[in-house]
Each structure stands twice: as C-alpha cells, then as structure tokens.
Design a binder for this molecule. Structure first.
Ligand code: NAD
Ligand code: IPM
Ligand code: MN
Length: 360
C-alpha cells in the first residue's frame, strides 16, 4: 500500500534543505519504495498564505500521513506577531496535536568530522549520545501563561512548569527501552534541587527504572550536565530530560559533532508515528544562499525510514551515503576544513544521491 509522507518545508533554509531530502526520497522511490509525497504549509509560509501558522489543511494531511518531514520554521519577519500566532506555534501545535511526546536527538560524531568540532579531537572522537527530550509537556505547554499587569501597575510575564505523572512515565519508558538497545546507561537530567516539578520527575523516573534492572540509571542537575557535556561527553549514553532542558542541551551537543547542521531528530507518538526534522532552526542569517548543510535533514529521512516505515535497510543505505560523502572530503561551509572541497547545499544533496544510487 502506498504510504503518504507529509512534507512541510517551512521558512528560511527550510525549503533549501528539504529540497535535498526530497532528492533522496526520489531515489528510494525509483528503487521501489512505495511512497507518495504531499507538501503542505507550516510556520511563516503558512501565515503569509493563510493567516495562521498551522492551517487546517496541513493538520488534516499530517493526521492521515504515515510520517511527517519538516524543514524549519520562524524568521525575523514574523517576530512582531503575537506569540500565540507566530510560526513556532505551528510547530508546537503539530507536536501536541499528533501527541509526539518522545523526541529522539542522536548526537554521534562521524570519524571524518572529529576535527570539525570546536572541542579537542580526543574528547569527541567515537562519541555517540542519544538525547531523549520530552516534547509535549513541561514549561512549553504549562498553564497559566502570559503577560499581565499587577495591581500596582507593573507588568509581569509568567509560565508554568508542570509535569503529570503519566507524562513522565511514558517518556521514561522510551528512554529506558532506548538505553536497553544501546550501552544500558541512562542519565536523567533535572533541576530537582530547586524545582518541585523536576523533583517529582526524578522520583517517577527512579520508580520506572525498577522495571529496567539491566539499565544503570543516574541523575544529574542540568547545570552540571551542560558542563559535563563539554568536559567529558563520552560519559553519556542516553540522556532523558524535560522539554526545555532537552532543547538547550541538544543544541549544545550538536557542536560536539561538528555542526548543528548535522543533527537529525525523530518525534514519536505512542505508536511510532512520527515527525522528522533537523534540530536546527530556519537559520535566517544564511537563508537563500544555498550554503546550509542539508545533512541533518537527510539523516532525519533515515530516521523516518527506520522508525515510521520500518525500513532499517533503506535507513542504513542513507546513513552509508552520508558517511561516504564525508569520507570523500565533501563539506558544506559549517563543517569545512582546510584542504577539503566546500560545496553548496544542492551539491551536497547531489553527492549524497550519487553515493546512495551506487548502493542499489
Ligand atoms: P538556528 O538553528 O536557525 O541557527 C543558529 C545558527 O546555526 C545560525 O548561525 C545558523 O546559520 C546556523 N545553522 C543552523 N542550521 C544550519 C545548517 N543546516 N547549516 C549551516 N548552519 C546552520 O537558530 P536561531 O538563529 O536561534 O533561530 C532562527 C529561527 O529559527 C527562529 O525563528 C527560531 O524560532 C527558529 N527555530 C526553528 C526551529 C525548528 O523549526 N525546529 C528550531 C530552532 C529555531
Ligand atoms: C527545536 C526548536 C523549537 C523548540 C522551537 C522553534 C519551537 O528550538 O525544535 O529545538 O524550542 O522546541
Ligand atoms: Mn531548539
């Protein structure tokens, strides 16, 4: 049966990197993968065309699709808008409407990119971390929220950090089962020394851990975790953490791998329906220049193949193709190295396509 992949390019470099990911999907289609691509609007592009960041047509499409591939949203143009209707709200709406509570952000270092990291080669060489970020709860979605005027006339902004027990349990299960398939070490990151919501997080994760005696569970405060990720990142196997801490730590972890342009992600619901996107944003500073790194998006396609289409064989081929172009010394600007060829976004996509075709 033909499976529908909803593709949402979005804003800034979104359309540029998605174009390269579509080239990859095209190759797979030509070699027999039975998929149909349907594009739709999200973010600023959707606001410009329809007035809202997540149009009903887009929501209807993603709900019936087998998987969603997203570029990025946001940009300076839409910053003056009220926060409730900004491009980012479209993305958050997708995550919550589809109940994509489990965000997997793998940060592994390709041997060829060891020198692209700003950290010393021996600190990052061989690094392979999985950040499991809770994605539909916490301070991102907690209520009450807003900006109000107090009785004395002073204004204040407020958000609510709240986690229900069931929300912590389900992300903990994902993290423990992920760890079981890896080195069986899980570090839960919180701020339990200050925030009750994360004191509770630690309690629930610890209890869930009793079901996984084969996984070694540790806990770490988020400030220390940020420092440890830069000091000695190889101490980590799987990290599980809240929505906001996961957002911040995954950007940090991306630089261990050489560039934020390298980090893919999968956002999954309870049935492994998923949305796949690079962890970076719309990069307004380089949009329209054909210099963005499309590899995070192409690696997100590999995750889509693995998790939503159950085609680990094809995911491996895409991963191998990315490895091959890096081995061939092909680099976009963000991972450039003296003596190696710096290529454009579209040339990088073409190189991956060529390496992929050779595997059939
Ligand atoms: P960003 O991730 O867009 O960019 C941060 C820096 O990394 C920039 O210097 C950018 O040029 C660089 N960069 C990012 N992706 C790159 C790539 N593929 N290749 C090369 N360089 C790359 O973060 P920001 O500048 O803080 O945010 C810009 C906009 O993106 C904002 O509107 C923000 O809300 C939005 N955003 C969206 C998402 C998403 O759609 N998932 C994620 C993060 C930020
Ligand atoms: C990400 C982004 C989003 C987030 C924004 C754009 C809503 O930074 O996917 O990491 O904070 O989750
Ligand atoms: Mn982010």
């Amino acid at each position: 049966m033909t499976q529908t992949i909803a593709v949402l390019p979005g804003d800034g470099i979104g359309p540029e990197i998605i174009a390269e990911a579509l080239k990859v999907l095209d190759v797979l289609k030509n070699f027999g993968l039975d998929i149909e691509i349907q594009e739709a609007l999200i973010g600023g592009a959707a606001i410009d065309a329809t007035g809202v960041p997540l149009p009903p047509d887009t929501l209807a499409l993603v709900k019936q699709a087998s998987a969603v591939l997203l570029g990025a949203v946001g940009g300076v143009k839409w910053e003056p808008l009220d926060i409730s209707i900004r491009p980012e709200k479209g993305l958050l709406g997708l995550r919550s409407e589809l109940e994509l509570f489990a965000n997997l952000r793998p940060a592994s270092v390709f041997p060829e990119l060891v020198n692209a990291s700003t950290l010393k080669a021996d600190v990052v060489s061989g690094l392979d971390i999985l950040i499991v970020r809770e994605l539909t709860g916490g301070i991102y979605f907690g209520k009450p929220r807003g900006i109000r005027t107090l009785d004395n006339g002073e204004r204040e902004g407020f958000n609510t950090l709240v986690y229900r027990e069931s929300e912590i349990e389900r992300i903990a299960h994902v993290a423990f089962t992920s760890a079981q398939k890896r080195q069986k070490r899980l570090c839960s990151v919180d701020k339990a020394n200050v925030l009750e919501a994360t004191e509770f997080w630690r309690e629930v994760v610890t209890r869930v851990g009793k079901n996984y005696p084969d996984v070694q569970l540790t806990h770490m405060y988020v400030d220390n975790a940020a420092m440890q990720l830069v000091r000695y990142p190889k101490q980590f196997d799987v990290i599980v953490t809240t929505n906001m801490f996961g957002d911040i730590l995954s950007d940090l972890a991306s630089m261990l791998t050489g560039s934020i342009g390298m980090l893919p992600s999968a956002s999954l619901d309870a049935n492994h329906k998923g949305m796949y996107e690079p962890i970076h944003g719309s990069a307004p500073d380089i949009a329209g220049q054909n210099i963005a790194n499309p590899l995070a998006t192409i690696l997100s396609v590999a995750m889509l193949l693995k998790y939503s289409l159950q085609r680990a064989d094809l995911a491996d081929k895409v991963d191998n193709a990315v490895h091959q172009v890096l081995r061939d010394g092909i680099r976009t600007k963000d991972i450039q190295e003296a003596g190696l060829k710096t290529v454009s976004t579209s040339e990088m996509g073409d190189a991956v396509v060529a390496a992929l075709q050779k595997q059939f």
